[in-house]
Design a protein around this ligand. Structure first.
Ligand code: COA
Length: 284
């Protein structure tokens, strides 16, 4: 074991170091997206931190500032052999300092919920990771999202997410090994969804739609692109969208685990009835 007085520092991560987070998140069983890092980093290149103990990476955290008012904390991991010695809390403090007075959200594993309450976060609702097997066919009335003007995607997304996030979305809807679909009505976009490769299968996120029939068509299209692969989706619990979990179950999914969505300064106003699957647990 490393002596407890070994030099410990927290610094910003470079883009070429993000593979470390993916490797550690994989070890935790979180099944991260294979290509997520570039889009994540673009959202806030100043928001990724690595802690070094005696010069070796020992902890990481992301604290992404979307705008002056909203940020999201995730990927809080300490190397297993360095846990329980205060390095987590020090890494957390460095990340949170970057977010200042913003309202900060997170999706915490349930056994850390009491800790996050002590750090000023308040419980909002749960997210439930569901997993099933991809397949089926793309239904009618669904179009590739690339055919929808990008500013419509950004505007629709903003009704479902606490901040406008064009820089992130530009990359997110065009990730390698991904597919994105929309449903368009007379008044413009009525919903959109993205599926991407993950370490073990595929992940859907987000799945935002005006109503359940639109969400179902989108999910059918996304599911069809992942035939023969495991697919997961992180759905809000019934207190925020009573339709979401039932829709996932229609695709033969089962629950894997839950997280507690928490905020430091109250629950942001979004159209939660449109959220059938969140974008990610890492960046909100
Ligand atoms: C959660 C984790 C990052 C904590 O790191 P750590 O280095 O073991 O934590 P520390 O030694 O700094 O913790 C010191 C104390 O503060 C608590 N603590 C840790 N993070 C805290 C936080 N953000 N706020 C308040 N308390 C915290 C710890 O529980 C511990 O309390 P105790 O002394 O009563 O046991 C680490 O256990 C880990 O990597 N776990 C696996 C990944 C994971 O679940 N991450 C959280 C995802 S939401």
């Amino acid at each position: 074991m490393m002596p407890t007085d070994a030099p410990f520092t927290v610094r910003r991560m470079r883009a070429d170091e993000l593979g470390l987070i993916r490797a550690w998140a994989t070890q935790e069983g979180w099944n991260p997206g294979v290509h997520d890092a570039a889009a994540f980093y673009a959202a806030d290149p100043q928001g990724f931190f690595v802690a070094e103990l005696a010069g070796d990476p020992a902890a990481c955290i992301s604290c992404v500032a979307y705008d002056d008012e909203f940020g999201f904390l995730g990927q809080y991991i300490v190397r297993p052999d360095a846990r329980g010695r205060g390095y987590g809390v020090r890494t957390w403090a460095a990340g949170m300092a970057h977010l200042g007075i913003r309202n900060v959200g997170l999706d915490g594993v349930l056994d850390q919920q009491a800790n996050y309450e002590r750090s000023g976060f308040r419980f909002a609702h749960q997210h439930i990771r569901h997993e099933g097997d991809g397949g089926g066919s793309v239904p009618s009335g669904v179009v590739p999202l690339s055919t929808v003007p990008f500013d419509q995607v950004v505007a629709y997304d903003r009704t479902c997410f606490p901040a406008e996030r064009p820089v992130f979305l530009r990359r997110w809807v065009t990730l390698p090994d991904s597919a994105a679909f929309g449903v368009v009505g007379d008044g413009g976009l009525r919903g959109y969804g993205v599926i991407r490769r993950s370490v073990d299968g595929h992940k859907v996120g987000p799945l935002f739609a005006d109503d359940r029939p639109v969400a179902e068509r989108l999910l059918q299209a996304l599911w069809a692109t992942a035939s023969g692969s495991r697919v997961c989706i992180d759905v809000p619990d019934a207190t925020t969208n009573p339709m979401a979990e039932g829709l996932a179950r229609m695709f033969g999914t089962r629950e894997l685990f839950r997280t507690a969505r928490m905020y430091t300064r109250g629950i942001p106003a979004v159209a939660s009835s449109r959220v059938f699957g969140i974008t990610t647990m890492e960046l909100g």
